[in-house]
Design a binder for this molecule. Structure first.
Ligand code: ACO
Ligand code: PYR
Length: 560
């Protein structure tokens, strides 16, 4: 978060600690057992298309979830495959969980088989976890058509398996698969299934919206009915096929469920599971439920991104609470209100979940946007109405020509500095030239020559590269190396090109975005031109200028 923006005390954040009451002294205590936060990333999350974790990956994800402070981590299905079996073996010695309990997942015994003879149940017994979660059928249609058995035998399968595992000293949770569909088709049977599991010793019966098609009002009604009719401790497990998984989970908790299952970042089969991070944030910041140990909610963004890293998923910037865009403001009108009070366009204080408020500069910006962006940069522009107006006009004109400053904040900073304090320049360009040559044998080589003046000296440098932009970048930095040896620390780490539609019959233009690193941070710059190399030059020139400024280098007072 930009440090200069005043900290908010939004009603939502006050509610997080006081449950709508008065102050800290009334904050509900954290109690891991009164509302179970049950993570199934390592089981249901891995049912997502394209997501496959090694045993080592699973161990890392489990540690992240434990650090966040969830209560239960479902490690997988030990009777399913050798990898999950190995995970539970290695977890005994390699997973030193600080607060969470590891659980093993599996199904009830097979129909018409003795529970003691079922190898899959034996694998659960031997997984080395204190808690086991069983999937069991709650929908008569599934009993008859998928299990191909009788409703009575299904209840016996549940009863036998729960009793067997509790007798082995396990805490047993039962996932009532297809509970909500089953309840619609035959409510008496679905509720009987819940009673059977609870009476056999299941600590929690988790009502599952397996197909993910339920809407919140129905979930709330059915959970309340099930609670009243069975008296069992109930949990909730929702899928996101109707885009309601998080809402359904929260509604279920408000209706009396005291155990909630979900996955990191909402990974899961088809459209995913309830995003447990959104559920946690909703519980803590809106419903006044303390479900994480003190201070851990602020780790939410970090843990979400760390797990994306392990699963090799690109972080979705629009994810509620944790996404990079979750508190990013682009519209000028929003910024003008946020300038007065950030709460006006934010549902919580982003710092509560470890996120930051950001201002995005674009053609939709107003002066307030630029003023707040200035604050992020450490500039007080409150008295600079005219300069802000000039910058705004320039930004809008350039965006009309193809620039996109929200993707290139370093270039925007340079534009702003130009107007408000006079940009510091480090060199003057005399010329650049790039040659692309195909040699005998087919090799294509790029060669660039750059001529610049800096601190009274003329520097000429020629460099080869694996492409024209690489050659140009190398030649520019070689030319300036004598004046600025620190340039050797800069790396061009990403280069993106987009051809924009031709406008007014003038032909297409090219937008180039360059990402540069100095090992301590990264910054993005932009160039637009009809010629791709010229566009690249503009972006590179900004990249180097910005880098020199970061390094605190001495500008050249004569540079233009
Ligand atoms: C809603 C959910 O997401 S639940 C979790 C689902 N996850 C997975 O399926 C991933 C792991 N699954 C697997 O590795 C395999 O499917 C296994 C090892 C469990 C079973 O493999 P197989 O023995 O080859 O059986 P298959 O997958 O073809 O069919 C499932 C069998 O389990 C039975 N079954 C399904 N649900 C249950 C249940 N709740 N209780 C008991 N048996 C069940 C089916 O009737 C079927 O029996 P059948 O083999 O006699 O026809
Ligand atoms: C158990 C489970 O994953 C489901 O019903 O969706």
């Amino acid at each position: 978060m930009p440090h200069d923006v005043p900290a908010t005390t939004s009603p939502a954040s006050v509610g997080a600690r006081s449950a709508g009451a008065v102050g800290e002294e009334h904050a509900p205590a954290f109690d891991r057992e009164s509302l179970h936060i049950y993570d199934t990333t390592l089981r249901d999350g891995t049912q997502q298309e394209g997501l496959s974790l090694s045993v080592a990956d699973k161990l890392v994800v489990a540690r992240h979830l434990d650090e966040l402070g969830v209560g239960f981590i479902e490690g997988g299905w030990p009777g399913s495959n050798p990898k999950d079996a190995e995970f539970f073996r290695r977890a005994r010695t390699e997973l030193d969980l600080r607060g969470a309990l590891l659980t093993a997942f599996g199904s009830t015994r097979r129909a018409s088989k003795a529970v003691g003879d079922d190898p899959q149940v034996a694998a659960l017994r031997d997984a080395g976890t204190a808690v086991v979660c069983l999937v069991a059928k709650a929908d008569r249609r599934h009993v008859e058509r998928a299990l191909r058995t009788t409703p009575a035998e299904n209840l016996a399968m549940i009863r036998d398996t729960v009793r067997y595992l509790t007798a082995e000293g396990k805490r047993v949770f039962v996932d009532a698969e297809h509970f909500f569909d089953g309840h619609r088709a035959d409510a008496d049977y679905a509720l009987e299934m819940v009673r059977t599991a609870a009476e056999a010793g299941a600590e929690v019966v988790v009502l599952c919206d397996t197909n993910g098609g339920m809407l919140p009002t129905r979930i709330g009604d059915v959970v309340a009915t099930a609670l009243e009719s069975t008296g069992a401790r109930l949990g909730i497990h929702c899928h996101d096929d109707a885009a309601c998984a998080v809402a359904n989970s929260l509604v279920a908790i408000e209706a009396g469920a005291t155990h909630v299952q979900g996955t990191a970042n909402g990974y899961g089969e088809r459209c995913g599971n309830a995003n447990l991070f959104s559920v946690i944030a909703g519980l803590e910041t809106k419903l006044g439920r303390r479900v994480l140990p003190d201070g851990r909610l602020r780790e939410l963004v970090r843990v979400s991104h760390a797990i994306d890293e392990v699963t090799n998923s690109a972080p979705n910037s629009s994810r509620p609470y944790v996404g990079a865009s979750a508190f990013a403001h682009k519209a000028g009108l929003h910024a003008s209100a946020v300038k007065v009070d950030p709460d006006m366009y934010q549902h919580i204080d982003p710092a509560e979940v470890g996120n930051d408020m950001r201002m995005l500069v674009s053609e939709l910006a107003g002066r307030a946007t630029l003023e707040l962006k200035g604050r992020e940069m450490g500039l007080d522009l409150s008295g600079e109405r005219e300069a802000l107006g000039r910058v705004l006009e320039l930004v809008k004109d350039r965006e009309a020509a193809g620039y996109s400053y929200e993707a290139a904040e370093a270039s925007f900073e340079l534009v702003l500095l130009d107007e408000v304090s006079g940009r510091e320049r480090y060199f003057t360009l005399e010329s650049w030239r790039v040659i692309v040559e195909q040699r005998a044998g087919g090799e294509v080589v790029s060669e660039a020559t750059v001529k610049v003046h800096s601190h009274g000296e003329r520097h000429v440098s020629t460099a080869e590269g694996n492409g024209p932009v690489n050659a140009l970048d190398t030649a520019l930095r070689a030319a300036l190396e004598k004046a600025y040896p620190g340039l050797a620390d800069l790396d061009l780490v990403d280069y993106k090109v987009r051809i924009l539609d031709g406008r007014h019959g003038t032909g297409a233009v090219t937008r180039v975005l360059v990402e540069t690193s100095d090992g301590r941070g990264r910054w993005d710059t932009i160039g637009v031109d009809e010629n791709i190399i010229a566009a690249s030059w503009v972006a590179l020139q900004d990249a180097v200028t910005y880098g020199l400024r970061r390094q605190g280098e001495r500008p050249d007072p004569d540079a233009v």
